[in-house]
Design a binder for this molecule. Structure first.
Ligand code: ARG
Length: 289
């Protein structure tokens, strides 16, 4: 029998679903027990608009439940009265290979959160904990691809914190500049779908400077490109385990595109947390191996 056709892979094969292998994750979350919008440090936050803390709690519990159902580990840091944004645990530490780089918040309102998380790391057995000297909002502005640490600046994290992260964590850092105040943290404009040797990301190009868009195109030619509708519901604040992708329930367009690439989107309601400018990823700090 002759096998003469070496056909170019069709689009379905190129996005072979068997490639989508979930890996077990270790997450740290903080319940929104004292969640409120009492000040405004990003365009999403309107202190005049009522917030339902109980509903935020329900949405947060459901998010944690999704992770547990997927087999991931979820640890929690106790909430503190007077720190309504502490639910956004992703902002309080960048952890890669057992090294912890803590946070230093830009706003005075959030500044005390960093110390609560530092203590949690210290009592959870972490030996190498460095508190940054520069403004550093942790995974809000840092995304680990398994190869590179993508680092955002423009609104929160100081560009000099990028160099500090490289030095402390010992990983190569690529700086990206954010330009739209609605997408004030890197994790509101980009997330990692698959980490490892051939990482894949999803991002909203318009949230980045021209030069940073070119960098992203060069690094990630196979990225999933998001549109304005995906971004406006904070759809880029997704959490992926390499197969399952947790997204805000409104991010249906992005969900469809991910599904066509073999991912399995899981939509969840985070409407209360979005009133503070947060979504699934903001509530989820990942402890990367
Ligand atoms: N209200 C919070 C702030 O402005 C929201 C933080 C959201 N977290 C995130 N990782 N994007 O700081």
């Amino acid at each position: 029998m002759s096998v003469s056709t070496v056909a170019a892979p069709d689009p379905v094969q190129r996005h072979d679903t068997s490639e989508r292998v979930p890996t077990r994750r270790h997450y740290v979350m903080c319940p929104p027990e004292y969640f409120a919008v009492e000040y405004s440090i990003n365009p999403w936050m309107d202190p005049e608009r009522p917030v339902d803390t109980e509903l935020a709690m329900e949405q947060w519990r459901e998010l944690a439940e999704i992770y547990r159902r997927l087999g991931h580990t979820v640890e929690t840091v106790p909430a503190q009265p007077g720190l309504p944004d502490m639910v956004f645990s992703a902002n309080s530490g960048t952890v890669i290979g057992g090294r912890v780089l803590g946070a230093r918040f830009r706003s005075s309102e959030r500044a005390p959160e960093a110390e609560h998380f530092r203590r949690w790391f210290a009592t959870s057995g972490y030996r190498e904990i460095v508190m940054p000297s520069r403004i550093n909002e942790a995974e809000g502005d840092f995304a680990w691809t398994g190869q590179l640490l993508l680092a955002g600046s423009g609104f929160r994290t100081d560009p000099q914190a990028h160099a500090e992260a490289q030095e402390v964590l010992g990983v190569p850092v690529v700086s990206l500049r954010l330009t739209d105040p609605r997408y004030y943290h890197l994790d509101t404009a980009l997330f990692v779908l698959r980490k490892g040797e051939r990482p894949q990301v999803a991002y909203y190009p318009e949230a980045f400077s021209e030069g940073s868009q070119r960098v992203l195109r060069r690094l990630f030619p196979d990225a999933v490109i998001a549109d304005a509708a995906d971004a406006e519901c904070l759809g880029l604040n997704g959490v992926s385990d390499g197969k399952h992708v947790v997204l805000p329930s409104e991010a249906t367009g992005l969900a469809e595109r991910l599904r066509s690439q073999g991912y399995e989107p899981l939509l969840t309601d985070i409407s209360e947390l979005r009133k503070s400018g947060g979504g699934p990823k903001c509530c989820t700090m990942e402890l990367h191996e």
